[in-house]
Design a protein around this ligand. Sequence first.
Ligand SMILES: N[C@@H](CCC(=O)N[C@@H](CS)C(=O)NCC(=O)O)C(=O)O
Length: 216
Amino acid sequence: MTLKIYGIGASRAVRPLWAATELGLQFEHVPVHYQGGATRAPAFLALNPNGHIPVLEDLRPEGKVTVWESMACTLYVAKIHGKADGQTITPATAQEDADALRWSFWTVTEVEKDALTILMHRLAMPADQRKPELADAAEQRLRVPYRVLESHLQAQAKSGHAYLSASRFTVADLCVASVLVWAKGSDLLMSEFPAVKAWLDLCVNRPAFSACRKMG
Ligand SMILES: N[C@@H](CCC(=O)N[C@@H](CS)C(=O)NCC(=O)O)C(=O)O
């Protein structure tokens, strides 16, 4: 098998796992956990000196390609292992390529940190360690990028498109949804931005997403 993806599904590793699964690829899954020190072992640091999952290895005829950074891994899977035929998650036109890049960079720079704060302080951390005021402040900041996404989705809907790019689910949707799902528990954001909510439901209700989240 040429493709190897390191990292458990309940982490940012879900992003390349989800992309590979949507494409029906054969790959080896190495379920490295982010807790317990595995990401700081010398063998793992040799793969990713940052000591983070996910990491992707691709054994190619010209040599091994190693990728880290979850969005890079995901975009790589779609571009290198998908077919640009307008039927799959792989961008098939220059506009779709641009959409995949701009929305992925947008989500890591404009949304990810605050979405993680909401997840941690509303849901993931033990109740006695949560600081609701941090989640509240993150929600207020997120209203700015969510407004941008809401307008974009409304414009897409007017052209008959339910997704971020083109008329089908693409890697652009996958990358953005994999971050916004962290803040799905925010009643404020989900009620203020109904187009975002409807689109997010559409993305995360895909069977490949729930299957990959459980990959431990
Ligand atoms: N910007 C990186 C962040 C990666 C990251 O922080 N991964 C977490 C799991 S979601 C991790 O490996 N934590 C363990 C550690 O830092 O030791 C990416 O998107 O890949």
